[in-house]
Design a protein around this ligand. Structure first.
Ligand SMILES: [Zn+2]
Length: 186
C-alpha cells in the first residue's frame, strides 16, 4: 500500500477513536439537552429580531452596529496622542526672552498660560504697566518685577502688559519658525 493510504487509515482510526471517547462522555440524555439548548438560542435570537418592540426587531441590527461604531470612535478619541502626531515644538515650553524666564503650555497649536519667572530665584514676576498707577507708572512700557529679589527683571519698552505678552508670543513664534528654539529631549 502507498504511504499516503496508510496515513489516511491511521488518521481515520484515531479520529474514530476520539469520536467514540467523546460520545462516551455524552449520554443520550445530555446530548438532547445540549441540542435543545442550541435550538433555544436560535429561537430566542429569531424571536428577538421579530418581536414587536417600539421598533421592528430587525431595525435593532443597524442601530446596534451604529452604536458599536460610535463606541469605537469614542474609545479612539480618548486615546493618548501618539508621539508622532505631536509637533516637535510642543516640547518647547520655556525660554529666556527679554532677560526673564518665560514658561507656557501648548493647546491646539496655540500658546497658553504664558508667564515669566525670575532667572535668579524662579519667583513668579509681577508686572507694572502704564495702566497701573504707582511709583513706576510714570515711565513707558511694562516692567516685570521680582518681589523676592526686589528688582526689575525685565522691561518691554512700549505698550501695556497685554502688548508685552503678545510681543513675547511673537518672539516664541519667531524662534520656532527660524528653528532657533531648543526643546528638551524628553
Ligand atoms: Zn528673583
Amino acid at each position: 500500500m502507498k504511504k499516503s493510504t496508510w496515513k489516511a487509515i491511521i488518521i481515520g482510526a484515531i479520529g474514530s477513536a476520539l469520536g467514540g471517547i467523546v460520545l462516551l462522555f455524552f449520554t443520550k440524555d445530555l446530548l438532547t439537552k445540549v441540542w435543545s439548548f442550541i435550538v433555544s438560542i436560535f429561537v430566542w435570537v429569531w424571536d428577538s429580531l421579530n418581536d414587536s418592540y417600539s421598533l421592528f426587531g430587525w431595525l435593532w441590527i443597524p442601530i446596534i452596529l451604529l452604536a458599536f461604531i460610535g463606541l469605537i470612535n469614542l474609545i479612539h478619541s480618548f486615546r493618548p496622542i501618539s508621539e508622532k502626531s505631536v509637533p516637535d515644538y510642543y516640547r518647547y515650553k520655556e525660554d529666556f526672552i527679554h532677560m526673564a524666564k518665560w514658561r507656557w503650555n501648548w493647546q491646539d497649536n496655540r500658546i497658553t498660560n504664558l508667564w515669566c519667572f525670575c532667572p535668579t530665584c524662579d519667583a513668579t514676576l509681577v508686572y507694572n504697566d502704564p495702566s497701573v498707577r504707582d511709583f513706576l507708572s510714570s515711565e513707558l512700557g511694562t516692567k516685570f518685577i521680582c518681589e523676592n529679589c526686589d528688582k526689575v527683571v525685565a522691561q518691554i519698552d512700549s505698550g501695556d502688559k497685554k502688548y508685552a505678552i503678545s510681543a513675547v508670543t511673537r518672539e516664541i513664534d519667531r524662534r520656532i519658525r527660524t528653528k532657533q528654539y531648543q526643546a528638551p529631549n524628553k
